[in-house]
Design a protein around this ligand. Structure first.
Ligand code: ADP
Length: 341
């Protein structure tokens, strides 16, 4: 549905002869009906990437293909039409301050030549979907941040697009409001089959609604895949840092030191769907070794639980090696092994 092929974007800097490469050879495919998240720290190139998808930003080289159309090859008229099919929401909502909620949705529809009766029907339909039917005549400054984003979502949907782009849409909202907006995006995706491409710097957003994720750094996609796969087996230190940010901090050093005084210990960290207590009690039963859970956390991904559990096992090297092999055979993913003492 959305395809970026070797997209590079160069910005000429004010300093003569100095260019910023905001995107370097980016390749990305977003399939119809999925929610695809791009995560990265500030300055990674996320905004530039999402702005290339509706040609708010023209790539310096490479191709952007949306619904089978190569955007760079379209005439201005064709591009305008193609853009109708791509809605966008922003961190700052981008509402008209001098217009009420109704007009914020109606004015852009009018500009695209939609007849008045149809405009009325659409405004009502989409305000109802975002739960703001009773705010039609209210002005943006009388709305909360979450309500403003709902208006912006209704405005985007009123053009009945196949694709919704979200540029840090929840970054200015508190956690509770963020959750309610993310639930709304999930509902829109499920009920209308709208493909969503979102960018964020928050792991929480990715894990709550995304099917697939790409991690960006310095203008490049350094890793991409299904959320569960990327979370279970991060290939880069940046991804690892994002993944560990969702789990409360690791075991305090004092505890480790205290345990190590009693003999050598092996610390195992399991991640993934099988990171649960039963795996560990199985281990303790099968091998005559002492095992203890040091910390365990399960978080909810979009459609399944995902856990991280750190445990220590105490025994001779042969015993602990055997136990480790056993775990791997059982399909338990051991992401980290630390030997103390
Ligand atoms: P992110 O969204 O991940 O924070 P951006 O895409 O906004 O990253 O920016 C990527 C890089 O491109 C940054 O170094 C930024 O300063 C630069 N950049 C973005 N837009 C422009 C612009 N219009 N002119 C010059 N440099 C820009």
């Amino acid at each position: 549905m959305i395809e970026l092929k070797n997209v590079t974007k160069k910005f000429e800097s004010k300093k003569k002869g100095h260019a910023i490469l905001a995107l370097k050879n980016v390749n990305l495919t977003v399939n119809q009906g999925e929610i695809f998240g791009v995560i990265g720290y500030s300055g990674a190139g996320k905004s530039t990437l999402v702005r290339c998808v509706n040609f708010l930003e023209k790539p310096s080289s490479g191709e952007v293909i949306v619904n089978g159309q190569t955007l760079g090859k379209l005439t201005n008229d064709q591009l305008r039409q193609a853009r109708q099919n791509i809605g966008m929401i922003f961190q700052g909502f981008n509402l008209l301050k001098t217009a009420n909620v109704y007009d914020n949705i109606a004015i852009p529809l009018k500009l695209t030549g939609i007849p008045a009766s149809e405009i009325k029907a659409r405004v009502e339909k989409y305000l109802n979907i975002v739960g703001l039917s009773d705010k039609k005549y209210v002005f943006p400054n009388q709305l909360s941040g979450g309500q403003k984003q709902r208006v912006a979502i209704a405005r985007a949907l009123s053009h009945e697009p196949d694709i919704l782009l979200s540029d840090e849409a929840t970054s200015a909202l508190d956690p509770e409001t963020t959750d309610s907006i993310l639930n709304l995006l999930l509902k829109i995706n499920r009920e209308f089959g709208i493909t969503i491409l979102l960018i964020t710097h928050e792991m929480h957003v990715i894990q709550k609604i995304c099917d697939r994720v790409a991690v960006m750094e310095n203008g490049e996609i350094i890793e991409q895949g299904n959320v569960i796969d990327v979370y279970s087996d991060p290939q880069t230190t940046t991804t690892e840092r994002f993944v560990s940010s969702i789990f409360p901090s690791d075991i305090p050093n004092e505890i480790i030191e205290e345990l190590a005084q009693r003999g050598p210990i092996i610390q195992l960290t399991f991640v993934g769907e099988s990171a649960d207590q039963p795996a560990l009690s199985m281990l303790a039963k099968k091998f005559d070794i002492h095992s203890n859970i040091l910390s365990g956390n399960i978080v909810q991904l979009k459609d399944r639980p995902f856990g991280k559990l750190t445990a220590h096992i105490q025994g001779t090297k042969a015993e602990t090696d055997k136990a480790l092999h056993y775990l791997i055979e059982q399909g338990v993913k051991v992401s980290e092994v630390k030997v103390n003492g």
